[in-house]
Design a protein around this ligand. Sequence first.
Ligand code: ADP
Ligand code: ADP
Ligand code: ZN
Length: 203
Amino acid sequence: MKIILLGAPGAGKGTQSKFITEQYGIPQISTGDILRKAVREGTEIGKMAKSYMDQGKLVPDDVIIEIMKARLNEPDCSKGYILDGFPRTLKQAEKLESIAQIDVVINIEVSTESLLERLTGRRSCPKCGAVYHIKFNPPPEDGKCKCGGELYQRDDDREETVRKRLETYRTQTEPLIEYYSSKNLLKSVDGNKTPTEVFQEKF
Ligand code: ADP
Ligand code: ADP
Ligand code: ZN
């Protein structure tokens, strides 16, 4: 099964990916996680990507497409995968078609006010990739992940950058809804419900 999760920043793509991975045993491929790892490791791609990410802009298509071509060729992808945060532009979607045949695109719909609250309250674990929310999904212990990792707030989850990212989403990614709808691949889900409810409704 090859699934694309579509939705604005903060819609719950990462959260739903973890559920799907557990239930179906297919890997979550998050371009955001791949880029943040490259930034932490100080690679050439990481250095270049950081300036875009800090501004709430998209990293150039060619870079992302090269990363994904390599990633989707790895053995753990043979039985399928969940794409979380890719494609994000029409060009990426068109390229993806020559790499893989997608079974379904799930579009998670969430109101703009909720997106702001979700992103600014998000806390992430650098060690295992778990995602928490200070109000909606608090960690077992203040500031600590269940794996023991020290939780942090992503640089781009500060309000100013969040607004920019939402704008980027509207102009560059939202057209993908129509694109996949016209290919009869799109299913929409009401993402304003609890994580478990969203999962049960669609997966
Ligand atoms: P969120 O899940 O909050 O939407 P991500 O972790 O997916 O955020 O992405 C963080 C940042 O990484 C984006 O703002 C963008 O700069 C970059 N990025 C991630 N995926 C892509 C992509 N497919 N194309 C271009 N840039 C991307
Ligand atoms: P995305 O990957 O789409 O950017 P995340 O899965 O990282 O979104 O979720 C963004 C924030 O919102 C996280 O702090 C997460 O814990 C929280 N969250 C995710 N789904 C829900 C939900 N259904 N209701 C409330 N909060 C949620
Ligand atoms: Zn952790």
